[in-house]
Write a protein that binds this ligand. Sequence first.
Ligand code: FRU
Length: 460
Amino acid sequence: EQKLYDELYRPQFHFTPEKNWHNDPNGLVFYDNEYHMFYQHNPKGNEWGYMHWGHTVSTDLLHWQPLPIALYPDEGSTDKEKCTAYSGSAIVDENNLLGKQNGNTKTLVAFYTSQHCGQRIAYSTNKGRTWEKYEGNPIIPLDENDDARDPKVFWHEESGKWVMALYRKSGTDEGTKGVSFYTSANLVNWEWQSHIPGFYECPDLVKFQVTNRPDETKWVLFDGDGSYIIGGFDGQSFTPETAKMKSDWGKNYYATQTWSNIPDSDGRVIQIAWMRGGKFPDMPFNGQMSFPCELSVTKFDYGYQLIRKPVSEIEKLHGKHYSWENKNVFPGLNDNKLKKVSGDCLHIIGEFDLKTTDNFGFMLRNDNKSTGTEILYNVKRETLSVLGCTVPLPPVDNKIKLEILLDRASIEIFANDGKKVISNCFTPTEKATDVVLFTNGGELGIDKIDVYEMNSIWEK
Ligand code: FRU
């Protein structure tokens, strides 16, 4: 008998719904001290289909309180092929443009795609607890030639307009699939402004203050897999200034979205993704969300780059702590500095000096026979590998930094201060919980390593 939320492959610090299929995060909005997260959800089974918006809220981006389903398929929905509630976003109707405001509680407005039934609005006047469909739907009617979807709406301060990024074609040609930008003064009437091809599903456009250039602002346009282009945005069209860059080098980072309405006092850009494609045999759920991350843009001598790190709230889940400084590791399993560590959920933060090692890494969920999951840094190739995914990772001053989030069904690695990230689902074959830090061919220096056993978010 598997205990609810403590099943063999149940993520212990990543969001999963109690049961049934979920995919994209939807409607991410912060309001009245709550982070709302909706998600593509099939309440009828563990497969994709018959999409609804599931709903959960959190005050710390860690512990998620389940709420009833927020959006049902629209009227006229017959089966999974029509008018089901596809992906979208949500905002706070600060100036009561929809005219639905209830006392001092602002209206939350969700923009979603009704499959083959156009772009639509739903709203809530009670902090997201119940939702109504807007009477003037659809706000952007269906174009039969297109399967436009995934509206992401945000406020553009400089032009004083609401902007929608919508995935669609710009004509009938499949090759034009990309992002169309629309603007609106009232959230209901939308005017097409421009189109940029070369994007696929779930667009997001976000403004950043460049961290090491306080006077510089850049806009980042995200594609469904989190890859991105840095450029400018004038309220109507996006001007690319870089090539498209990869944000994640793993197999499972998809349908990214950032939270809207994060207060200025916080100022973070927070992103979460669906970890698509994990397989969790015999589990009541299917898939998981990534750990929420803080994004920033930094200028390096080679150009601008997105940096991604787990949100600092993660520290609240830290349990037992182990730490080592200025230690040398030599080849051979009996030199494992982490032999005291045990746990199927860990947060590891390490800074390594490459000294004379040929390669080094971790065996996670190891059973003392070296059958765990390997993370490997190859010095000659300057690459980091895990679970069949490899990322180029040049050392900085002969050093490599690795921050690893190990959960029961995922491994996320943030390398060299968030410059390279690999997110992967995995299904450990063993219940083993040992961790090995190894080096081959020569000596490895540990400048510092901190290992925390992670507490479960599901514990009361
Ligand atoms: C991305 C996606 C979206 C769509 C949703 C349907 O994973 O295909 O484009 O709105 O999933 O579930």
